[in-house]
Design a protein around this ligand. Structure first.
Ligand SMILES: C[S@@+](CC[C@H](N)C(=O)[O-])C[C@H]1O[C@@H](n2cnc3c(N)ncnc32)[C@H](O)[C@@H]1O
Length: 269
């Protein structure tokens, strides 16, 4: 969707802030998160960078739980999900140390802006599918508690695949990749790819598409519903027409246990 003149002015102001040499104040960072618009960069059309509204990111953060100390944001953009998933106030209230956060994003320009907003995060400017092949060389030493993501959707060009899933949906590939790095996942994915539909509807229904069944079969992962988040209520916060989405949770352990099981089964015959 084309940017209005007002959007362009606000983006310009936000971009000026990202170029200041000094550290930014919280209100300046919030201004950037709200108004720095990927549509103003030439790369937007090829990267599909639909940044998550902060209010939706805040709702998604509920899925992390109190015991989460380390978080990795895959396909992080400029860091909208990470900003909220740090839960700074909640951690302070509970006398907990700040969460350690890692952001993986392949676009240099987004990482430049992200570093101004979240200087304490460990930013990795790389293809997420390369990072999973050798995490330690990117400074990821231990398994992370939770992987968060609003990944590219559908047939977007993601330049890689997860180790198990062989289908065509980008969000499933990123979930599959997350299992190489983290214990659990909290993802925003298209409603079509979730095994349920709740957001923007009057009732909750379970549904399992053929592609979802394939994802489960190949990865061993099962996607679960969240605590009742209606993502539709955040539709006004997107820079573009809001995609129909759901927040899904997953225990990532089964993917690692079931890795290459189909090949093992074939060898045994
Ligand atoms: C839908 S946007 C979401 C950005 C951010 N997660 C958010 O919620 O605001 C998806 C992001 O994934 C990034 N991306 C796409 N493929 C990637 C890959 N293979 N490795 C790392 N980042 C990737 C894009 O550049 C884009 O910033």
């Amino acid at each position: 969707m084309a940017m209005t003149r007002r959007d362009e002015q606000l983006h310009h102001q936000a971009d000026q802030l990202t170029r200041l040499a000094r550290d930014l104040h919280s209100d300046e960072k919030l201004f950037i998160l709200k108004h720095w618009n990927a549509a103003a960069t030439n790369r937007h059309r090829t990267t599909g960078a639909w940044f998550t509204p902060l209010s939706l990111a805040r709702d998604l953060s509920i899925g992390l739980g109190d015991s989460t100390n380390t978080v990795i944001d895959l396909c992080a953009g400029i860091g909208h999900l990470t900003w909220e998933c740090r839960d700074l106030a909640g951690r302070l209230w509970n006398n907990q140390d700040p969460r350690r956060v890692i952001c993986v994003e392949r676009e240099e320009e987004y990482v430049r802006v992200g570093r101004k907003i979240l200087p304490d995060a460990h930013w990795i400017c790389a293809n997420a599918f390369t990072v999973i092949t050798d995490p330690t060389s990117y400074g990821i030493i231990d398994r992370v508690d939770v992987a968060i993501s609003n990944p590219p959707y559908g047939r977007a060009d993601i330049n890689g695949t997860g180790p198990r899933y062989t289908g065509k949906r980008a969000e499933y590939h990123v979930l599959d990749a997350a299992a190489e790095l983290a214990q659990r996942a909290v993802f925003l994915i298209p409603q079509d790819s979730a095994p349920f539909a709740y957001s923007g509807r009057q009732n909750y229904v379970e549904k399992r598409s053929d592609e979802y069944e394939r994802f489960v079969r190949e990865t061993g992962l099962v996607l679960k519903p969240n605590c009742g988040i209606d993502t539709h209520t955040h539709d006004d916060g997107w820079h573009y027409p809001a995609p129909r989405t759901e927040v899904v949770l997953a225990d990532l352990q089964p993917a690692r246990q079931e890795a290459h099981q189909p090949e093992l089964a074939l060898t045994a015959q």
